[in-house]
Design a protein around this ligand. Structure first.
Ligand code: PNS
Length: 171
């Protein structure tokens, strides 16, 4: 029984994250997609919204479950009885950060293994932060996030009047 955790902030989940999840689900028996509760950051989407989005996007995948964690990833992994962590790597910059994180996690918990998955080149430049920035200027984010996320982003920006400029998406 191969169980793995795919942890992240998912604020919001992007097409790149979803691609990694789908691919990881194909070689794991159970994949736990775990959303970090980071009390030092004010997220764009609340924890509940991020979980709801992920659950809806991932409902076709029988072996994928969505949950959240707080504190250290190594502690969450122990609690879940899992010793495999999945992380997507888009390029050198990610690799530096991911390498350090994987080694830190290994130092904290010897049995924890981090499996790096190379992001599909179609998604290698996409990040949650750039999606939010493009959206805040009214740019087209339809290629970067699923449709449900796109709608929720526009709704939220309209409600919070967070558009930086007037644009074609604003009513
Ligand atoms: O999507 P992100 O923001 O790149 O995900 C980062 C995440 C959640 C995997 C990482 O910040 C994390 O595991 N945080 C939990 C705290 C922790 O365990 N820190 C020690 C490892 S550096």
């Amino acid at each position: 029984m191969k169980k793995a955790i795919y942890p992240g902030s998912f604020d919001p989940v992007t097409a790149g994250h979803l691609d990694i999840i789908k691919r990881a689900a194909s070689f794991t028996d159970e994949l736990v997609v775990a959303v970090l509760i980071n009390e030092n950051k004010r997220p764009f989407f609340s924890l509940e919204e991020r979980i709801d989005i992920l659950k809806k996007e991932l409902c076709p995948f029988e072996n994928v479950m969505v949950t959240y964690f707080k504190g250290l990833l190594v502690d969450f992994a122990k609690e879940q009885n899992v010793n495999t962590i999945i992380r997507g790597v888009r390029g050198n910059v990610d690799f530096e950060y991911e390498f350090q994180m994987a080694q830190t996690n290994k130092a904290l918990s010897e049995e924890l293994e981090t499996v790096f998955m190379i992001t599909d080149s179609k998604y290698s430049y996409i990040s949650s932060s750039t999606v939010k920035e493009i959206a805040s200027f009214g740019g087209d984010i339809s290629r970067f996030v699923p449709y449900s996320v796109e709608c929720r982003i526009w709704d939220k920006l309209r409600k919070e009047k967070k558009f930086k400029y007037q644009n074609r998406y604003q009513n």
